[in-house]
Design a protein around this ligand. Sequence first.
Ligand code: ADP
Length: 218
Amino acid sequence: KLSAGTAHEILNPLNIISMQAQIMEMDWGLEPDRQKAITNILTQVERIKKIADGLRTFSREYKLKGEAIVNLNDVIEESLNLIEHDLKLNNIEIIKNFIPGLPTIIADKGQLIQVILNIMMNAQDAMPEGGKLTIKSRLSKKGERDTIELEFSDTGTGIPSDVLPNIFDPFFTTKPEDKGTGLGLSICYGIVERMGGKIYAESTNGEGSTFTLELPAP
Ligand code: ADP
């Protein structure tokens, strides 16, 4: 609640700052130095907005009305549609290994897409020179329960073992300031946890990383 409230309180004055800066930016008579300062203000405002939006998502209550019957193979395909072009431009080969006839689950598709996109965008960041992204879906038994497992493996930089325990922490990032907020995986963690599932990562530094989602099947 505190983070949702704070984010909201920050976004209101921020919008005013942003509007004022945009009005000043439209003043063609500005000297280059001032123009540069305003561009800088707007860039930083965007960054604060991104963080505040992330905080709002992080704290959002699970909304039942967003739920529907979903097939996770289709959700992966839908997520891929949004990012496939980018991945290919970055020389990333996508290898799919989906189990057919995966049982459907009841879930918020938008949130699932958010989780999957986040994992794939991180994989893309970890493979600046290109590489392979292997996506698998399978069904397994965890105790008495059927569990759907989705696995995303990249051939990127990998995650050093001293970094690995921190990656799901809010605001933990190893990316440059203008690239990462460190909120992505903590949001994913919250979403998956609320679905009664699990998300975890394994990695061999220098060889790549695997992120696994485990979701309870009905
Ligand atoms: P952000 O992407 O803004 O840094 P995330 O919470 O999504 O925030 O990720 C946190 C950190 O986890 C990243 O900064 C990076 O160090 C690490 N990470 C996540 N996914 C991968 C990956 N596929 N390969 C290597 N490192 C990763």
